[in-house]
Design a protein around this ligand. Structure first.
Ligand SMILES: [Ca+2]
Length: 265
């Protein structure tokens, strides 16, 4: 017996189960002809392919979805204007790719500083770096260059912009980072209250394979660093806590064996 294709389509009037996007959620369960299913990417991810809503349609005698399922990926850079959010290294929760240069600009309301909290951070020491600048462009003052597992718990801008640049070299990858940013709490309390009450700089951190000398972070305080045997300090100048509660220079790094490994890369 021959089946008329139209008859077959109406007999099997359900689309195939589209599944749930990786790093996303699905809303709707009906697979019937004419019904729709929606998708939403998890925080920090963006839809890069497919559609947020797909509808089960009849097309050329077949019951099919009218579009592909949303694909959710951590983007390489962006301009972020929500009061709070998440930034993930591209590839999250997997390893990041080689040869990345991803820039994010976080923009808050004028007068509102931005606080960044690092939930996870791990990159290849010395070669895959996250630069954070206190402003909207690459020429803004440097807050810090972070790599390895060396990051402060949190940092706060003085302006209402933060510029982040994640750069990776041509080999060796790692998990990358997950950070949260916020410019104002939900109840309307500005985090500027935190900076105004503060009379000291934030913990500048300690270089990987090194030590910090000085545990006072008040304005005018100096801290210096040294490295373990076999490692050389990238910058021997002390860091001074300036009146704007920012350190005068970026945290130095200890370069040594990793540097030699790098030469063989
Ligand atoms: Ca690398």
């Amino acid at each position: 017996m021959f089946l008329n294709p139209i008859y077959t389509a109406f007999r099997h009037n359900e689309c195939p189960d589209p599944g749930v996007p990786v790093n996303g959620k699905r809303f709707g369960d009906s697979l019937q002809l004419g019904s729709s299913i929606s998708f939403l990417c998890d925080e920090g991810f963006l839809g890069t392919q497919g559609s947020e809503t797909i509808t089960c349609i009849l097309k050329e005698g077949s019951v099919v979805w009218n579009s592909a399922v949303l694909r959710c990926e951590a983007p390489c850079g962006g301009h972020l204007t929500s009061p709070s959010g998440t930034i993930l290294s591209p590839g999250w929760p997997g390893f990041y790719k080689d040869a990345l240069s991803c820039a994010w600009v976080i923009e808050a309301q004028p007068g509102y500083p931005i606080k960044i909290t690092f939930d996870r951070f791990k990159t290849e020491v010395n070669y895959d770096t996250l630069e954070v600048r206190d402003g909207r462009t690459y020429s803004a003052p440097l807050i810090g260059v972070y790599h390895g597992t060396q990051v402060p718990q949190f940092l706060i801008s003085t302006s209402n912009y933060l510029y982040l640049l994640f750069s990776t070299d041509k080999s060796h990858s790692d998990i990358g980072f997950q950070l949260r940013y916020e410019s104002e709490s939900r109840c309307g309390r500005s985090i500027s209250a935190i900076t105004l009450q503060s009379d000291h700089c934030l913990d500048p951190g300690i270089p990987v394979n090194g030590q910090r000398h000085g545990n006072d972070f008040y304005v005018g305080a100096l801290v210096t660093f040294s490295c373990d045997s076999g490692y050389t300090l990238s910058d021997g100048e002390p860091l001074e806590c300036e009146p704007n509660f920012q350190w005068s220079r970026a945290l130095p790094s200890c370069e040594g064996e990793a540097h030699h490994e790098g030469a063989l890369k």
